[in-house]
Design a protein around this ligand. Structure first.
Ligand code: AP5
Ligand code: MG
Length: 209
């Protein structure tokens, strides 16, 4: 069974890598960021509470994130494995996860800070189907339009420079300690995530083999 966590700073390529691996392995890709953005778009009470935190680049309170992830993990498609992207993000979440789900391996994507900032400032997303593009590394075929449905692409509100600075700070202070947490438990698989997405996915496959 594949019960894998993707850990890494904002822009490291967690979503890009997890989406590819989920297709290969036939397990769902569960991104707490995507689940929260869907709740924001649907204007649910949870989404309304999360929105301000996300825009500012801060973590959403643990109880809200745990609720949304727990509910998702209870769906039938997650019974035979899952790829977690963006969860856990602090020690409290890692401890909580251990009470309701198993983790077999933790893929830690490593990228230099200057490259992260570039990837985030060049990212564009489709507000309709959530496809992710990059102006320099994965541009859409028609400028500024989604390849799948032609919708004008947008920038994520938290990809503005002030929010990016905050997200990198939050990662260093709250999420990076999880590297040591999982290293101690012998679950950590570090991966150099510079290079093209195909090069990185090959490295990820190698550490999971
Ligand atoms: P979340 O959505 O998880 O954002 P993040 O961790 O900041 O990570 P990103 O999605 O920005 O980056 P990524 O690593 O997925 O990179 P991607 O593949 O897109 O969280 C957003 C917010 O939600 C948080 O700030 C918080 O408020 C809240 N939240 C979420 N989870 C939470 C939790 N557990 N607890 C509390 N709050 C939570 O790639 C980035 C760009 O680079 C793309 O344009 C892509 O095309 C490009 N790219 C990818 N790989 C490569 C490559 N190898 N070479 C060149 N370009 C590449
Ligand atoms: Mg992501």
């Amino acid at each position: 069974m594949h019960r894998i966590v993707f850990l890494g700073p904002p822009g490291a390529g967690k979503g890009t890598q997890a989406a590819q691996l989920a297709r290969d392995l036939g397990v769902p890709h569960l991104s707490t960021g995507d689940l929260l953005r869907a709740a924001v778009a649907a204007r649910t009470p949870l989404g309304l509470e999360a929105e301000g935190h996300m825009k500012a680049g801060r973590l959403v309170p643990d109880d809200l994130v745990l609720k949304i992830l727990h509910e998702r993990l209870e769906q039938p498609d997650a019974r035979s494995g899952y790829l977690l992207d963006g969860f856990p993000r602090n020690l409290a979440q890692a401890e909580a996860l251990g009470t309701f789900a198993e983790v077999d391996r933790v893929v830690a994507l490593d990228v230099t800070p200057d490259r992260l900032v570039r990837r985030l400032s060049d990212r564009r997303v489709c507000p309709k189907c959530q496809s992710v593009y990059n102006l320099s590394t994965k541009p859409p075929t028609t400028p500024e339009k989604c390849d799948h449905d032609g919708t004008p692409l947008v920038q994520r509100p938290d990809d503005r420079p002030e929010a990016v600075t905050m997200r990198l700070k939050v990662y260093a202070e709250q999420t990076a300690p999880l590297l040591e947490y999982y290293r101690k438990r012998k679950l950590l698989r570090p991966v150099d995530a510079s290079g093209t997405p195909d090069e990185v996915v090959a490295r990820v496959r190698r550490v999971l083999a």
